[in-house]
Design a protein around this ligand. Structure first.
Ligand code: HEC
Length: 208
């Protein structure tokens, strides 16, 4: 019933607290990973229908392919791209065996097409993977941290900080943990870069 009402939009109309914007990436992800295969495919379909109905995915995808159309015409200077990578990306990603492992290793990217790379850069929250969901920790002394939880033992959390630093945190020190709906990869990167910057960066990521 929930999935059907999500698909048709009845849900948004009847639940005042659940409006068109209330569906977080996190919720979508959980639904798309339902263990029951039948429910899972229903969920994926319902989410797609909802996104189309609300014009959510289309606008973003359209604007990304439009931007790609602009920058596909530019020459890609891989050595400039390398500098941009060192300045903006290396603190989280490893590529050609240099860099940190906060985000995925870009040596093992499957799809290196310009459009796929641009989408990953401009719209990091679109394809966020469970392993990379940031968590906000509030500690007893009031300190707040945004981290990736890499491992958990009965007494400790093993986390990676946004700086790439790894730490063990005693669970007794943690007041609360909140899963963020955002990717750790900052959303605004691509917006702040020129078409030429993005073209060069993509050129660099396409060199092997
Ligand atoms: C603060 C850390 C951080 C920075 C800085 C960062 N990223 Fe990411 N990036 C991530 C994380 C975490 C993911 C995986 C989760 C996701 O897809 O959102 C990711 C995903 C990606 C992916 C998709 C990888 C895959 O396996 O599908 C690409 C490509 C990428 N980033 C490129 C870049 C580029 C290029 C830059 C620099 C302009 C950059 N990132 C800067 C953290 C970062």
């Amino acid at each position: 019933m929930f999935l059907t009402s999500l698909k048709t939009g009845v849900f948004e109309k009847t639940q005042q607290t659940f409006d068109d914007t209330s569906m977080t990436q996190q919720m979508e992800l959980s639904l798309k990973r339902l263990p029951d295969p039948e429910l899972r495919s229903l969920a994926i379909e319902a989410i797609e229908d909802r996104r189309t109905r609300l014009g959510l995915s289309r606008t973003k995808t359209e604007s990304i392919s439009k931007r790609f159309g602009n920058l596909a015409r530019l020459t890609r200077d891989a050595s400039r791209g390398r500098q941009l990578f060192e300045q903006n990306c290396q603190l989280c990603h490893r590529f050609k065996a240099v860099g940190a492992d906060v985000g995925p290793d870009l040596d093992s990217l499957n799809d290196r097409s310009g459009l796929a790379l641009l989408t990953a850069i401009l719209n990091p929250n679109e394809a966020i993977e469970q392993t990379y969901i940031a968590h906000e920790l509030l500690l007893n002394d009031g300190v707040e941290w945004t981290v990736l939880i890499t491992h958990e033992t009965p007494s400790d959390l093993h986390v990676t900080m946004t700086s790439g630093e790894k730490r063990f945190i005693d669970k007794a020190q943690v007041r609360s943990i909140k899963a963020s709906s955002q990717s750790l990869m900052p959303e605004g990167w691509g917006e702040a870069m020129s078409d030429q910057d993005l073209a060069d960066l993509i050129g660099y990521l396409q060199t092997r």
